[in-house]
Design a protein around this ligand. Structure first.
Ligand SMILES: Cc1cc2nc3c(=O)[nH]c(=O)nc-3n(C[C@H](O)[C@H](O)[C@H](O)COP(=O)(O)OP(=O)(O)OC[C@H]3O[C@@H](n4cnc5c(N)ncnc54)[C@H](O)[C@@H]3O)c2cc1C
Ligand SMILES: NC(=O)c1ccc[n+]([C@@H]2O[C@H](COP(=O)([O-])OP(=O)(O)OC[C@H]3O[C@@H](n4cnc5c(N)ncnc54)[C@H](O)[C@@H]3O)[C@@H](O)[C@H]2O)c1
Length: 468
């Protein structure tokens, strides 16, 4: 017998759970299906445990400035790697428990099915031998770390983020392959844990940086901590005694393990999306409307990392909300998407907001820049490194985007993202308060530099607004 439901949601990750949150407001007749480990990628093997590792690394690294502050004994501090990893796992468990106790743990057997679903028709699924016919289906099955098939013989010495946080002890040496977001965050954390790290990326950049000034600053600063080999793909072979030889161009290193962070692939393999009868892209994902999350005109929606488009948590959350909301409407509603914001939590942070350097027409923009070296608060913190670059429309001063390589830039990025979302100009921003002494004064300095690129002269100080 085929079970009938209003909505079936595939995947109990962040996107799927946000979708459920919307769906259950409109109907009790829904089902959530998940065939993997529960607790969400974010809490279990993503955002949260990675930030714990980064925090430990940062706390340990802080000792490098103790001496100049008159604090003695920094050299004798020891990071116990096993205890540190146990702390990562303890906090990870707290975050996972928090997710489970407010989601699947509370669901009935009717509401939550453990199993991998596959499509039979656009509105019919099969899971654990049972058929489910759903008026609407939401695909929110996330993604999986990419490991090249050719490296399968070395799989026992390859760590991805699916395995890393489970490690009780750490290898003495690691080659981090891929210096995108994950490679930079975890590579630097591992280095600061005392592991001998070599970072390799086939691109001539790190953290996906396109702005040439920001890119050079980031490569110089992070390259002071551990070697970065850029511009050549990594190749791997046996080195004997269980170790691996990694080469990239003329560089060569022998390591105990690889941390592979070469991107992620959508979890679509077992879904039989061919049954949808629409074209699939090279990764097996169907085309969808990013404002409704609907797949063509099918009764099918898609949300989160499985789309491969905006693989970050708040976007997965929004996509889940959009898909869930629309799955219970007669006609899908198109929603605005948020101003792009991406933060790599390495030190210094790498932050990109709004339109990226690669999308902008250099002739149509003005760029404001400040180096963080002379910023008072940054000097006090011993974190006066990096650069802030802000891009504005040359005609009207409207802020279009920015790239930051600086300590605590995660906060500056939010401020500027909100300003772009409100369509503010450099002149609007300079009339707002900047407290002294703060890191925000770095942003203020970049904005002053940007304002200097415009001829516009006000008849009053730019920091002030005449009463209307
Ligand atoms: C190491 C790391 C660090 C990160 N750090 C950050 C960060 O700091 N900030 C940030 O914004 N983002 C970060 N991200 C990204 C963020 O974690 C993801 O964007 C987000 O978790 C995606 O949520 P999701 O619901 O799409 O996928 P998931 O949470 O992965 O959920 C997908 C679910 O689908 C299930 N599933 C798979 N196949 C099937 C099937 N056939 N049938 C049924 N169920 C299935 C899986 O078991 C899983 O439970 C990080 C990611 C990683 C890996
Ligand atoms: N702070 C955050 O928001 C955060 C943190 C971690 C992960 N994430 C999400 O997870 C996703 C996946 O992260 P990721 O770091 O795995 O992917 P990524 O796409 O950010 O980086 C992958 C890197 O691997 C490199 N690469 C690919 N093949 C290679 C090869 N053969 N040799 C050398 N280098 C190679 C690429 O040039 C690229 O720089 C990201 O897109 C991100 O959105 C977000």
């Amino acid at each position: 017998m085929t079970r009938q439901v209003d909505v079936a949601i595939l995947g109990a990750g962040s996107a799927g759970l946000y979708a459920v949150g919307q769906v259950r407001k409109a109907t009790d007749n829904w089902v959530l299906i998940d065939g993997g480990e529960l607790g969400t990628t974010c809490a279990r093997v993503g955002c949260m445990p990675s930030k714990v590792a980064i925090q430990i690394g940062e706390d340990m690294h802080r000792r490098s400035i103790f001496e100049r502050e008159g604090i003695e004994g920094g050299d004798s501090l020891v990071l116990n790697q096993e205890d540190a990893m146990e702390h990562v796992q303890d906090l990870r468990d707290v975050f996972v428990d928090k997710v489970l106790s407010t989601s699947t743990d509370e669901m009935s057997e009717e509401e939550f099915i453990e199993g991998n679903a596959r499509f039979v028709e656009p509105n019919v699924l099969e899971v654990n031998g049972e058929r489910i016919e759903a008026k609407k289906i939401i695909i929110a099955t996330g993604s999986t770390p990419l490991v090249p098939g050719a490296w399968e013989p070395f799989r026992d010495r390859i760590l991805t983020t699916d395995e890393f946080f489970e490690q009780e002890s750490l290898p003495a040496s690691v080659a981090v392959i891929g210096l995108g977001v994950i490679g930079l965050e975890l590579g630097q954390a591992l280095h600061r844990f005392g592991v001998d790290v070599t970072g390799i990326d086939m691109a001539e950049t790190i953290g996906g940086l396109e702005d040439p000034v920001a890119r050079d600053a980031a490569i110089e600063l992070i390259g002071k901590e551990f070697p970065l080999w850029l511009g050549q793909a990594a190749e791997v072979s046996e080195a004997g005694e269980g170790r691996l030889k990694v080469t990239a161009g003329d560089n060569e290193v022998v390591v105990d393990k690889l941390l592979v962070c070469m991107g992620r692939v959508p979890n679509v393999k077992t879904l039989n999306l061919e049954a949808l009868g629409v074209e699939l892209d090279a990764k097996g994902v169907p085309a969808f409307d990013p404002h409704t999350m609907q797949v063509g005109d099918l009764p099918v929606f898609i949300a989160g990392d499985v789309t491969g488009e905006r693989p970050i948590l708040h976007e997965a959350g929004d996509e889940g909300r959009i898909a869930g909301f629309n799955a219970v409407q007669d006609t899908p509603v198109a929603f605005e998407r948020k101003t792009p914001l991406s933060i790599t939590f390495c030190d210094p942070n790498i932050v990109m907001v709004g339109q990226g350097w690669g999308e902008l027409d250099e002739d149509a923009i003005a760029v404001g820049e400040v180096k963080m070296g002379l910023l008072g608060r940054a000097i006090i913190m011993g974190r006066n490194r990096g650069v802030l670059r802000v891009y504005a429309d040359k005609n009207d001063g409207r802020i279009l985007g920015a790239t930051f390589v600086a300590a605590l830039a995660e906060h500056l990025g939010h401020l500027l993202c909100w300003a772009i979302s409100q369509h503010l100009t450099v002149f609007d921003l300079l009339s707002l308060p900047f407290y002294h002494p703060t890191m925000e004064e770095g942003l203020q300095a970049a904005l002053y530099d940007l304002k200097g690129k415009f001829d516009e002269e006000l008849d009053h100080p730019i920091e002030l607004k005449p009463l209307k």
